[in-house]
Design a protein around this ligand. Structure first.
Ligand code: PLP
Length: 228
């Protein structure tokens, strides 16, 4: 059995290889460790191995872990799962990032409920890049109007885009979706300040994602093992 520290190291090696292959700087891609369903003891192990950014999918579980690990006050917590409007307050009060914003109502509530003594909440717009019925996310065509509304919300800081591309049988098809996402990202990245994050790529496809401009890969299984 490999330790979490060893698995983190392997993930970093894969990222290094992928950035080199894509002729991108090594530090242009960040690693978000996705700790959903995993106990705080494993998060602590990753922390001790140097990991500082963690992603959680479920609000209740995430908030409990944040409270439990308050003493590790340089952890950056990202919500990457669906968010219902009755949970926005507790999210605005605890998380540093919400990557799964795809409705204006949710964004407005987060903006109103962000405590005034906290820095602005970092936001990514979740994109439904493969137009899948079962997935959340905004259609690419709706992004311009959504961004106009979001940039008016003072307690939010719009950082970029997040997507979960469809699992495709071939690498070529996967790359096609990723390239569309990259195009959309680049359009705003060049014009909006702070719009610096393209969150895409997971345990199985981080190489393709980095080839197509990802700046943050979200890795769960390859660090913490499979989930039940
Ligand atoms: C679970 C999850 C991940 C991590 O997936 P792995 O395949 O375990 O690396 C990344 N992003 C989102 C949105 C997730 O829900």
């Amino acid at each position: 059995m490999q330790t979490i520290a060893e698995r983190l190291k392997s993930a970093h090696l894969r990222m290094e290889q992928a950035t080199a292959n894509a002729h991108r700087p090594l530090n242009s891609v960040e690693l978000l460790a996705v700790s959903k369903t995993k106990p705080v003891s494993q998060i602590t192990q990753a922390y001790e191995a140097g990991q500082r950014k963690f992603g959680e999918n479920y609000v209740q579980e995430g908030v409990e872990k944040i409270q439990h690990l308050r003493h590790l006050d340089d952890i950056e917590w990202h919500l990457i799962g669906p968010l219902q409007s009755n949970k926005t307050k507790v999210v605005a009060e605890h998380f540093h990032w919400v990557q799964s914003v795809d409705r204006l109502k949710i964004a407005r509530r987060l903006n109103e409920q962000r405590p005034s003594d906290m820095p602005p909440l970092n936001i990514c717009i979740q994109i439904n890049i493969d137009d899948e019925q079962t997935k959340s996310g905004l259609a690419p065509a709706d992004v311009p109007a959504f961004i106009d509304e979001l940039t008016a919300l003072e307690n939010l800081r719009l950082r970029g885009l997040m997507a979960i591309p469809k699992a495709r049988p071939s690498k070529e098809e996967q790359i096609h979706s990723l390239q569309q996402l990259e195009e959309l990202f680049t359009r705003y990245h060049t014009n909006l300040s702070d719009f610096d994050t393209l969150s895409v790529g997971m345990s199985d496809d981080l190489e393709q994602a980095i080839e197509c401009g990802s700046t943050m890969v979200r890795i769960g299984t390859a660090i913490f093992g499979s989930r039940n």
